[in-house]
Design a protein around this ligand. Structure first.
Ligand SMILES: Cc1ncc(COP(=O)(O)O)c(C=O)c1O
Length: 382
């Protein structure tokens, strides 16, 4: 069977390899503490669960791609409270089935090789989905490295004008997975100026915007008057709701109009009972504060032992991740393998692209008790 070159050229999703390694070590009787994937394991707040259950009888029939007005209003109001921006729930918001599917398909809406828009810019190390989606849209992918010495921000001056001109979409992701770095407002301002000058869409993946420790990070929404901005956010990490699949895109009305035109064919409207539970989730901050406090406690436990053992933690200002430099230039897969033999599962930085080499990533998803057990293990293993 002939396959699309985009599918045939795709490497195995890295976490599939990690699962295989975990199975091998677990079969030898090693009890694992799993800091591998960023999938929160805390229970979803009971009020949200109840809202889902209560909405079940209300729903029959296909959900509409535009989403329920009450969800669009809850999202617009949340953006207003959180980022101080005024969002029109009618023209500037659309709900998504989690943010992954929307991130994956976004390039398909905008890439136009005949029209001279054939490039998608991504950052590396990074979440692989924007790049994979770009490949299926037959775009050329330009990958900008995030290096520790630049605070894990891409060097925008290294990109030539021709690339900017050809760019259909430029993706950024702050707070960043996997480095945990945040971006200053000036970074978004500069990118928005470039987006306006070269007519690309600034796509900002803000899935981790609510997992912060010192001060709440800003959003690309704050520069949306300058350029065509699309912000992707999600309840997955903020409210530990990965299984619900609920997110949104908020942005320029032209972008939302394009999504409204595309998404009915894709069949990716969230279920209405999920949308109704999502209204409750976006309207409440108390459970989010509890979530943040829990991550802060787990983070402190790990930071203490890593520091004492002389390991360097880079970035890691926000998100559920710790981005830790391998000791003495040890390759990231070898370091991760060494920890795995002791039962500590981490993701090697190389999984997130070549620029991730030299680091490993801890996702702070095990319970607090498991984190304490990990501290004891790391005491011996490091
Ligand atoms: C950077 C980033 N963006 C987006 C997502 C997608 O999350 P979801 O589809 O659950 O909203 C993830 C998930 O891990 C992520 O790490």
């Amino acid at each position: 069977m002939r396959l699309s070159p985009a599918l045939a050229g795709q490497s195995t999703y890295p976490f599939v390899r990690l699962d295989e390694a975990k199975r091998r070590v677990a079969a030898q009787g090693v009890a694992l503490v799993d800091f591998g994937m960023g999938d929160p394991r805390e229970p979803t707040d009971e009020r949200i669960q109840r809202a889902l259950a209560e909405a079940l009888p209300l729903t029959g029939g296909y959900p509409r791609a535009v989403g329920l007005p009450e969800l669009r209003e809850a999202v617009a109001a949340w953006c207003g409270r959180r980022f101080g921006v005024e969002v029109d729930p009618e023209r500037e918001v659309i709900p998504t089935l989690g943010s992954k599917e929307a991130i994956f398909s976004f390039a398909q809406l905008l890439v136009d090789p005949e029209g001279g828009k054939d490039v998608v810019v991504v950052t590396e190390p990074g979440y692989p989905v924007p790049e994979r989606g770009a490949a299926f849209a037959r775009a050329e992918v330009v990958s900008l490295a995030l290096s520790e010495k630049r605070g894990f921000l891409p060097d925008l001056d290294s990109v030539d004008d021709d690339t900017w001109r050809r760019a259909a979409v430029v993706w950024v992701n702050y707070p960043n997975n996997p480095t945990g770095a945040t971006a200053p407002a000036s970074f978004f301002e500069r990118l928005a100026e470039l987006a306006a000058e070269h007519e690309f869409v600034l796509a900002s993946d803000e899935a981790y915007s609510e997992l912060w420790f010192d001060e709440p990070p800003g959003s690309a929404l704050q520069v949306r008057d300058t350029a065509r901005v699309a912000v992707f956010n999600s309840l997955s990490k903020r409210s530990s709701m990965t299984g619900y699949r609920s997110g949104f895109v908020v942005g320029h009305e032209d972008v939302i109009a394009a999504l409204r035109a595309f998404r009915p064919s894709a069949g990716t409207a969230p279920q209405e009972f999920v949308q109704r539970a999502s209204v409750v989730a976006w309207e409440d901050e108390e459970h989010v504060e509890q979530n943040r406090a829990l991550y802060a406690r787990k983070r402190a436990l790990l930071l203490e032992v890593l520091g004492r053992k002389g390991l360097r933690v880079a970035g890691s200002e926000a998100t559920m991740y710790l981005w830790v430099a391998s000791p003495d230039g040890e390759p990231s897969e070898a370091f991760a393998e060494r920890l795995l033999e002791h039962g500590i599962v981490v993701a090697p930085g190389a999984y997130f692209g070549e620029a991730g080499e030299g680091y490993i990533r801890f996702a702070l998803v095990p319970t607090e008790d498991e984190c304490r057990r990990a501290v004891t293990i790391l005491e011996d293993a490091l």
